[in-house]
Design a protein around this ligand. Structure first.
Ligand SMILES: C[S@@+](CC[C@H](N)C(=O)[O-])C[C@H]1O[C@@H](n2cnc3c(N)ncnc32)[C@H](O)[C@@H]1O
Length: 325
């Protein structure tokens, strides 16, 4: 990490034309605009609004088993887009911050305190942005996700955009001081990762800025290999960044072990709870890929919970830190 340096952030730059085919839109109400547009951030947020295309609002949701999912074959969204999932994501964010002792590993805290531009790719319900935007009020946080399950009330220095990263990110080169992405590796086709996503993440990061990729290697995801998803993507994506050595410096990964179940105390119980809720939310996908019935899946989960509580199962999460030269 010695070779890694930080740059003082400059202001957030955005496209100012409306001719980009960004595929983004922003769901906003009059009230929301008033609440979320304080004077000091106007210059940052206005250019983003200028490129929004309201006609791109996706309304392709489908209800299955009481859960709401995005009904779009071009996107592999393995979690539902509903309030139950929003709550689960917030619980997970809280527990993970406790396990790591921080919300990020890249050496960006000074920049964030002074005022930096931050992008969270595949931000989901925006729990990370909500926390970070409150903690670092001088910085601006942009969350993008193909599924707009964004919070209605969010800090004024944050903004959420609907955007599919596979269509490219709607920002000019060298826009962000810090680009962060968590738990997306399994929702994006591996080929797209190598050919598009890694390049886009590097492109929108400022020279000297950081990219942080956080993910997990999870054995049950072996089943997802059949869908074009790479279950070892957490490690392989880092190798992909190594192919851009002229443009980036890849630091050694950080790891934390998450232990699940009663024997690992309150954090272990909370980790098991949000993990089981996530698997339940993915029931449709798992029953389909594993060719098992819903009852068999439920039984599998019950056994899993029992096993975790009896013998304490541990898993490893990674954070990879990449600096753009
Ligand atoms: C497992 S969730 C992780 C959410 C959040 N990063 C977190 O850590 O809680 C994956 C997220 O990636 C989003 N996603 C999947 N494919 C995407 C794409 N092509 N472009 C943008 N977002 C995408 C999904 O909608 C979902 O919100």
């Amino acid at each position: 990490m010695d070779r890694i340096r930080t740059n003082r952030p400059t202001s957030l730059k955005m496209f100012n034309g409306s001719d980009t085919d960004s595929g983004i839109s922003y769901e906003s109400t009059e009230d929301e605009t008033e609440v979320n547009t304080p004077l000091y951030s106007l210059s940052l947020i206005d250019p983003i609004k200028a490129v929004m295309k309201p006609e791109n609002v996706l309304e392709k949701f489908v209800e299955v088993g009481g859960r709401r999912y995005l009904n779009d074959n071009t996107v592999k969204c393995i979690l539902p887009a509903d309030q139950e999932e929003v709550k689960r994501a917030h619980d997970q964010n809280y527990v993970e911050k406790t396990i790591w002792g921080n919300s990020y590993s890249a050496p960006v805290s000074e920049n964030l305190s002074l005022g930096a531009s931050v992008l969270d790719v595949g931000c989901g319900a925006g729990a990370w942005i909500m926390n970070m935007a409150l903690e670092y009020s001088a910085s601006v946080f942009v969350g993008i996700d193909v599924v707009p399950v964004f919070p209605e009330d969010h800090p004024p220095n944050s903004i959420f955009l609907k955007c599919n990263i596979l269509n490219g990110l709607p920002f000019p080169d060298n826009t962000f001081d810090f680009v962060r992405q968590r738990y997306l590796l399994y929702t994006i086709d591996w080929q797209a990762w190598k050919e598009k996503v890694v390049k886009e993440l590097i492109r929108v990061t400022k020279p000297g800025g950081y990219i942080e990729i956080m993910d997990v290697y999870c054995e049950v995801l072996e089943h997802l290999r059949k869908t074009g998803i790479n279950p070892t993507a957490g490690l392989d994506v880092i190798k992909t960044f190594n192919e851009f050595k002229d443009e980036v410096i890849v630091a050694p990964m950080e790891e934390r072990t998450y232990c699940l179940g009663k024997k690992a105390g309150r954090i272990g119980e909370a980790t098991l709870k949000y993990t089981v809720e996530a698997y339940k939310a993915m029931k449709i996908i798992f029953t389909h890929i594993m060719r098992i019935t819903e009852e068999e899946f439920e039984q599998m989960l019950t056994d899993y919970e029992k096993e975790c509580n009896e013998v304490t199962l541990c898993k490893t999460r990674y954070r990879a830190i990449i600096q753009k030269r």
